[in-house]
Design a binder for this molecule. Structure first.
Ligand code: FES
Length: 107
């Protein structure tokens, strides 16, 4: 009886350790983007390819300056084919990257 109880306690501790380890592993894998600003960057764009900063750490917001290197973030490349005003996400939490979807309002 005592042996069975001990085994149950050990199994319970192992389950707790595994889930704690898995949660910690997920937390480290899911880096959070830095909020560059809580509003979009409205910019009149000329045709060309642009790299939108996804990590939020670029000094050239809303565009990539390479600061993401070594992180899990990569810039989003956009090909603008005609002159137009673009609302680039500044909070880095949009679900329609690289464009603002209003998510900044709930941050
Ligand atoms: S600035 Fe990020 S969703 Fe609007």
């Amino acid at each position: 009886m005592i042996l069975l109880r001990s085994i149950k306690i050990i199994i319970g501790d192992l389950k707790k350790s595994a889930s704690h380890f898995q949660i910690k592993q997920l937390e480290t894998q899911m880096e959070k983007a830095v909020i560059a600003q809580k509003s979009p960057y409205g910019i009149k764009m000329e045709p060309g390819k642009y790299a939108w900063c996804a990590c939020g750490k670029s000094a050239k917001q809303p565009f990539c300056d390479g600061t993401h290197k070594g992180s899990e973030f990569k810039p989003v490349i956009v090909d603008i084919t005609q002159p137009k005003e673009v609302w680039w996400c500044g909070c880095k939490h949009t679900k329609t990257a690289p464009f603002c979807d209003g998510s900044h309002k709930s941050l």
